[in-house]
Design a protein around this ligand. Structure first.
Ligand code: KG4
Ligand code: ZN
Length: 343
């Protein structure tokens, strides 16, 4: 089966062609093209929805065209079209959804409506070059950490996803981006904070780790932002080392919390695998911390993290989710839903 994936939930416009056979445990990418309007948002410190939507309109057809030509696949060879229907920005989502509907109508192909959050999880089911077939065993815990979400879910089998907990306020990526703004770092601050943290002392500031010992699987990151603001306000002028120390201490506070709750969830539900997904999962320190804590505390559990380019928004993960949760819809039934969440 060959699937054309389309992802336009925020500031990335992406199209991908993937291929897989009926009982495959992973899909293979033939192409995965990503265009982004990020550079237009760096100065404002966050995404401006109107600008993101306008850029989506500019990019969508060229990106689809390039994904087909790179995959060396004709439109007539596509079996179905997978599209992100939510969550995300309505203007951006509509561009992908309406484009997918037009293709489905003209080509008489089915559409698979994909939840963007499932997409981040299913980035783990993509064959990566040089890596032999991954064997992800269920049940699994997935930690979805992105700019808009921080959620822990239990996956009993493909499509059977149960929400266990999530952030009560800011998402982990959102907290990093807001703290980046306090430090005058460009948007998105996550990768910059990761880089600066390598030069800093993560024990210099003891920033709060809210809910880390609570009995639930929830998170809270807004207090961290306030604590960093208080720290920054108390210092007359920040030098490069101060900034590096704040970055390292902030990153450590976030990772400690994500790590504690993920390990708790894996133990409680006696899972066989832990899957990370979402932009913040591109963070090497997070990946290394969860992998080594798992090895030490629950050695029978395996940790899976997609390669960096598959952690951030892309259409291959959307097509992958469609393959494993294949529910065809007629185009008339497909609608963008900015508020979509885990069921
Ligand atoms: O999944 P994503 O591309 O878009 C959403 O669905 O939100 O995630 C974007 C988020 C941003 O908040 C960004 O700062 C964060 O992921 N991020 C990182 C890293 N790369 C991206 N956070 C920490 N370390 C990174 N290396
Ligand atoms: Zn995302």
């Amino acid at each position: 089966m060959t699937i054309l994936g389309i992802e336009t939930s925020c500031d990335e416009t992406s199209a991908a062609v993937i291929k897989a056979n009926k009982n495959d445990t992973n899909v293979t990418i033939l192409s995965n093209i990503v265009a982004t309007s990020l550079s237009l948002h760096t100065k404002t410190g966050g995404i401006i929805p109107e600008i993101a939507a306008r850029e989506q309109i500019k990019y969508i057809i060229p990106v689809i065209e390039e994904s087909l030509s790179k995959a060396n696949v004709k439109l007539s060879e596509i079996d179905s079209i997978a599209v992100t229907v939510g969550p995300g920005l309505i203007g951006s989502l509509l561009v992908g959804v309406e484009t997918a509907k037009v293709f489905a109508f003209i080509l008489n192909k089915p559409i698979i409506a994909v939840n963007h959050l499932f997409g981040h999880i299913y980035a783990n089911f993509i064959n990566e070059s040089q890596i032999k077939e991954k064997e992800i065993e269920f049940p699994a815990i997935a930690l979805v950490v992105s700019g808009g979400h921080t959620d822990l879910v239990l996956i009993k089998q493909h499509g059977k996803i149960e929400w266990l907990g999530g952030t009560r306020d800011d998402a982990a990526g959102e907290a990093l981006d807001k703290i980046g703004r306090l430090l005058d770092l460009p948007y998105p601050a996550g990768p910059i904070i990761e880089n600066l943290a390598t030069k800093g002392d993560s024990k210099k500031y003891n920033f709060p780790r809210p809910l880390i010992t609570s009995n639930d699987l929830d998170f809270s990151f807004s207090g961290l932002k306030t604590a960093v603001l208080r720290q920054v306000s108390s210092m007359s002028k920040l030098n490069d080392q101060d900034i590096a120390n704040i970055c390292a201490s902030t990153q450590k506070a976030i990772i400690d919390t994500l790590l504690a709750k993920t390990i708790n969830a894996a133990k409680e539900y006696e899972v066989k695998s832990i899957l990370l997904g979402g932009g913040v999962a591109a963070n090497q320190t997070l990946k290394d911390s969860i992998t080594s804590a798992t090895k030490f505390q629950i050695p029978d559990v395996r940790v899976f993290v997609p390669q960096k380019s598959l952690c951030t928004d892309n259409a291959a993960m959307i097509a992958s989710s469609a393959f494993f949760n294949y529910q065809k819809l007629p185009w008339e039934k497909v609608e963008a839903n900015p508020e979509l969440y885990f069921n």
